[in-house]
Design a protein around this ligand. Structure first.
Ligand SMILES: [Fe+2]
Ligand SMILES: [Fe+2]
Length: 236
């Protein structure tokens, strides 16, 4: 059990009315994160927060909630695997087998608990955007999609081969962008022989079906059809 988190619960940043986030409250969160995160992760965190706020403006979501969710999306990422599992117990979280097998996903599962207890956030929309920022899922909310995308495209990112395209696409067609990110992620995991989280597969299928419904043509690329069939077979 992480006692420091339980102790901090009593000296939360108080913000009883989540509709009234002001700059001072957001700044308190930012300063606390600056203390708790590595310099590199803090820079990434700021990048996600600013990018999420911009995407929220573009897609008519709440830019303040987007900024806060962006700031806190990796608030649990400095913990080691053991600590994350122990925090999960503290927060009464039941991890799925896929989550237990993929330590890189645990910080997203535990993140809402840390955001709540250590940073005083109770807004369900913000907490769910933190929860699903790594794997995505089916039927994502707009804010969830925004934070998921911002995490991939923020300005400090430089590894993904399709970054330039995704940065432009995020402001043109958000569904398509999330679809392409999950497609890229699934292809990468497949190539590395790493099992994909079922939630990422569900996210991919959800957006693929949405695309097919919208196009009404039923014409799909053969690689995408192969992936879809593969995911569907696994789930039987
Ligand atoms: Fe993350
Ligand atoms: Fe991140």
């Amino acid at each position: 059990m992480d006692n420091s988190i339980m102790k901090e619960q009593n000296k939360n940043i108080q913000n009883p009315d989540q509709e009234l986030w002001d700059r001072a409250a957001i700044d308190k969160i930012r300063k606390k994160l600056e203390k708790n995160l590595s310099a590199k992760r803090y820079q990434h965190t700021l990048g996600v927060a600013y990018t999420a706020a911009c995407l929220a403006m573009r897609w008519q979501a709440d830019p303040v909630r987007a900024e806060i969710a962006g700031l806190l999306h990796d608030c649990a990422k400095e913990y080691g695997e053991k600590e994350l599992l122990s925090l999960g117990e503290t927060f009464s979280i039941t991890f799925s087998d896929a989550e237990r097998a993929a330590p890189q996903v645990l910080h997203a599962v535990v993140g809402p608990g840390v955001a709540q207890r250590k940073y005083g956030v109770r807004d369900a929309d913000i907490l769910s955007a933190i929860r699903w920022h790594t794997t995505g899922k089916a039927d994502m909310t707009l804010l969830e999609q925004i934070v998921f995308t911002a995490d991939y495209i923020e300005p400090n990112r430089d590894r993904a081969s399709d970054l330039d395209e995704m940065r432009a696409l995020a402001f043109q067609d958000l569904d398509e962008c999330v679809y392409r990110i999950t497609d890229h992620t699934l292809a990468y995991l497949e190539q590395k022989g790493i099992p994909a989280d079922p939630m990422t597969e569900q996210c991919y299928l959800w957006l693929k079906e949405k695309k097919d419904d919208n196009s009404g043509t039923g014409e799909n690329c053969s690689q995408c059809d192969g992936r879809e069939a593969g995911i569907r077979n696994q789930s039987h």
